[in-house]
Design a protein around this ligand. Structure first.
Ligand SMILES: NC(=O)NCCC[C@H](N)C(=O)O
Length: 400
């Protein structure tokens, strides 16, 4: 099934996930801030919740793929495995030659699937002994991990984005997540099912962009958050690529300037599309917005600034007078803050008007239902501790 994503809400046919694993158990309180977590999910329950999510998708006829399986197929030959490990260790900034060599040997001692699991879960200092110890290895090893875990990998929305028939391989803003994009880079390069997928942005670019900031509103209009994680230069590079170097149908990018703070981490933390004319947003979103409208000019990008309400801007550029924005938590201020904290604004549309949402955000879910949206709830005690919802946990590859 080819890559085809020209909408946020059209029928979802194929989606990419990562089932959380031992990487969650390699977090401890002193590492949380660096690893972008506020709490430690209980792995067994997080896996049950995630399996429930995947089952809901399958029950609705959606083909679920796991990133670790796709990578495992891509790393089918020894020399590709070695190339991947080299690049991964480089990105992990392992500089000491003795440690580097030991890590390469250690990783290559596993079969491909277990090697990938090791890379995701992280490698503790007490897992193996170095053949040679020196002053510098001693100093370097005065910590808990050779390689830190990738606990955010279950948020598959962020390291990449499928756009149209192509892929944006993201340069992640934080060191904690930078290595995640490498997984898809190798899938595109070496997994034959993906060999014709054009790459619209590469992780080697200097400027950060994350998939949670990229929303495909229609086949003509994208919304991209300029956020804590996505820089304007990256938006500019992507806009030029899409408009001038591809045959994609996109004509307009609404670059939405959102507050640069954790509570507004990505555009999809505060704003998701639930139907062709309905959106769900942070209750305080509208007052704080400046939107740059980027269009394809004759030779260069044309940019104008819009400062009216987001509803009006969407009505104008989606050419749809009916656009309505529902507020996370409704009119109850405490519920709005509580449910926003638990990713109430972050739902995944699987068809126009049908969304998957966390069960704990019941005020928002009721409001959605009152507005004609069919809400499928999934359990959320543990998954929500990573500060991402159903949209963050999934990367659509095909929407019909
Ligand atoms: N698109 C999203 O908002 N993804 C959620 C990412 C949460 C993760 N703990 C992070 O801080 O990157």
């Amino acid at each position: 099934m080819s890559i085809n994503v020209y909408s946020e809400v059209k029928e979802l046919k194929r989606v990419l996930l990562h089932r959380p694993g031992l990487e969650l158990e390699n977090m401890e309180p002193d590492l949380l801030e660096e690893l972008l977590f506020e709490d430690i999910p209980y792995l067994k329950k997080a896996q049950q919740e995630h399996d429930y999510f995947a089952d809901v998708l399958r029950t609705n006829g959606i083909h679920v793929e796991y990133i670790t399986d796709l990578l495992s197929t891509a790393l089918s030959k020894d020399e590709i495995k070695k190339e991947f490990i080299n690049e991964y260790l480089q990105l992990s900034e392992v500089k000491n030659k003795y440690i580097l060599d030991a890590l390469k040997d250690y990783l290559l001692s596993f079969d491909t699937k277990n090697m990938i699991n090791k890379i995701v879960s992280g490698i503790r200092i007490n897992e193996f002994k170095l053949k040679k110890e020196t002053f510098s290895t001693k100093v370097r090893m005065n910590k808990q991990f050779y390689l830190l875990p990738l606990p955010n990998l279950y948020f598959q929305r962020d390291p990449i984005a499928f756009v149209g028939i192509g892929i944006v391989i993201n340069k992640m803003r934080t060191k904690a997540r930078r290595r995640e994009s490498l997984f898809m880079k190798y899938v595109i390069k070496y997994n034959r099912d993906f060999k014709n997928t054009p790459v619209y942005y590469d992780m080697n670019n200097h400027f950060a962009i994350e998939g949670g900031d990229i929303l495909i509103l229609t086949d003509k209009v994208l919304a991209i958050g300029i956020s804590q994680r996505t820089e304007p230069e990256a938006v500019e590079i992507l806009a030029k690529k899409l408009f001038f170097e591809t045959d994609e149908s996109f004509e307009t990018i609404l670059a939405i300037n959102i507050p640069k703070k954790r509570a507004y981490m990505h555009l999809d933390t505060i704003f998701t599309m639930v139907d062709t004319d309905k959106f769900l947003a942070h209750s305080k979103l509208e007052s704080s917005l400046l939107v740059y409208v980027i269009k394809k000019g004759d030779k260069d990008l044309e940019v104008i600034e819009e400062k009216t309400s987001l509803e009006k801007i969407l009505q104008k550029y989606l050419n749809n007078g009916e656009v309505k924005i529902l507020k996370c938590g409704g009119e109850d201020e405490i519920a709005a803050k509580r449910e926003q904290w638990n990713d109430g604004s972050n739902v995944l549309a699987i068809k126009p008007g049908v969304v998957i949402a966390y069960d704990r955000n019941y005020v928002t879910n009721t409001l959605l239902r009152e507005n004609g949206i069919n809400v499928i709830e999934i359990p959320s005690s543990e998954l929500s501790r990573g500060r991402g919802g159903p949209r963050c946990m999934s990367m659509p590859m095909n929407r019909g």
